[in-house]
Write a protein that binds this ligand. Structure first.
Ligand code: NAD
Ligand code: TYD
Length: 372
């Protein structure tokens, strides 16, 4: 059955709840969405943990169809209130504890937010759909309401050097408390589609990089340490491989999944850019030498230091995105060289964003991971 909006091919504005919208990928997604779909309502729900930063969204705060709510995804009453009052049709669920090293130090928060928080949102969304006889809107050529769960390639475990890249049917084999908690949440999301018919979709993406990433992750850590003349700590032998995805390309992929993905399906999203950590760090050093006028240490590769490996460190991740490319027509827009150049340039020109994040809490975390 078609409705009039489909016949006229007019897009009906959506009403989104974006969890974790003050974090790295969530905030890039919110900026992307507000720019591309200015008539949509965007409500951000974020607990502002150490990784959440409201300043990142400052430019959007005055927009009439944008709202920021500080709150926890484990708060069921709050989730119920927001879904109903805001008549949400699309949940884009980014909120998570996301750093592997922190999950090794303290896994409890990962189980709480990633598993219990996702369960809480699913229950709230289930009630929202049922009790309000909620019917997802159907846009022109567009599938309607959805619960999009943003997950990770780390649920698939670690690859050997010659193994094929992860596909959507690769068995789950998570190795860290972080990836295990994400795997648990993925299973719940899948079950809510199969059992209750909720329109859920899971995306599993590879390592993202780009603007607004918290300093603890590899790429911002290396850029910032180079700028302040600190060692560039490479874990183990530096031969671990990651498949790097520019965050804006990730947002473009989530756009097509929200609009045209099939409920109950999983889509893998990867940059098709497998790089060894040590090679990535050397490339970053070259870019810093080229782009940063007054580095404390030059060439900054002199700061590279091999440090104790991460326990259980996965050797290689690689994502096969064929399904997303062939079924939904997505392709990445930047090469890893372009993306890294843009990212280094962003950290060089946004010291005001990252400097306040090097707090006492961050220094204490840093000492625990790197100086124990
Ligand atoms: P991030 O750590 O930068 O941001 C997480 C956000 O969630 C923060 O704003 C934080 O305040 C918020 N949050 C944490 N706990 C919360 C809670 N209980 N209630 C409400 N808000 C809470 O993470 P990110 O890198 O932007 O990752 C976003 C999502 O993408 C995560 O689900 C992560 O597992 C997934 N992912 C990330 C990557 C990556 O490379 N960064 C790769 C694959 C998958
Ligand atoms: P990270 O950004 O923590 O992402 P993930 O663990 O989710 O892949 O790390 C990316 C890779 O870089 C990973 O193999 C661990 C390595 N790494 C270092 O060598 N040194 C560091 O200081 C950090 C943070 C990561």
């Amino acid at each position: 059955m078609t409705n009039s909006s489909q016949q006229n091919n007019v897009r009906v504005p959506r009403r989104l709840l974006v969890t974790g919208g003050a974090g790295f990928i969530g905030s890039n997604f919110v900026h992307y969405w507000c720019e591309n779909y200015p008539d949509d309502r965007v409500v951000v729900l974020d607990a502002l943990t150490y990784a959440g930063n409201r300043h990142t969204l400052a430019a959007l705060e005055k927009r009439p169809n944008f709202r920021f709510v500080e709150g926890n995804i484990c708060d069921r009453a709050l989730a119920d209130r927001l879904l109903q009052a805001e008549k949400i049709d699309t949940v884009a669920h980014f909120a998570a504890e996301s750093h592997v090293d922190r999950s090794i130090l303290g896994p409890g928060a990962f189980v709480q937010t990633n598993v219990v928080g996702t369960f809480t949102l699913l229950e709230a969304f289930r009630q929202h759909c049922n009790t309000l006889s909620f019917i997802p809107p159907v846009d022109g050529g567009d599938r309607g309401g959805v619960f999009l769960h943003v997950s990770t390639d780390e649920v698939y475990g670690s690859l050997g050097p010659n193994d094929p890249a992860f596909t959507e049917t690769t068995p789950y084999a998570p190795n860290s408390p972080y990836s295990a908690s994400k795997a648990g949440s993925d299973h719940l999301v899948r079950a809510y589609h199969h059992t209750y018919g909720l329109p859920t979709i899971i995306t599993n993406c590879s390592n993202n990089y780009g603007p607004y990433q918290f300093p603890e992750k590899l790429i911002p850590l290396m850029c910032i340490n180079a700028l302040i003349g600190k060692n560039l700590p490479v874990y183990g032998d530096g031969q671990n491989v990651r498949d790097w995805l520019f965050v804006i390309d990730h947002c473009r992929a989530l756009d097509v999944v929200i609009h045209r993905g099939k409920p109950g399906e999983t889509y893998n999203i990867g940059g098709n850019n497998e790089v060894k950590n040590i090679d990535l760090v050397k490339t970053l050093c070259q870019l810093m030498d080229e782009l940063a006028p007054d580095l404390p240490v030059r060439p900054c590769s002199n700061l590279i230091s091999f440090v104790k490996d991460r326990p259980g460190h996965d050797r290689r991740y690689a994502i096969n995105s064929t399904k997303l490319k062939t079924q939904l027509g997505w392709t990445p827009s930047v090469t890893v060289e372009e993306g890294l150049r843009k990212t280094v340039a962003w950290y060089l020109t946004h010291r005001d964003w990252w400097e306040p994040l090097l707090s006492e809490e961050y220094q204490a975390y840093y000492r625990q991971v790197y100086v124990s």
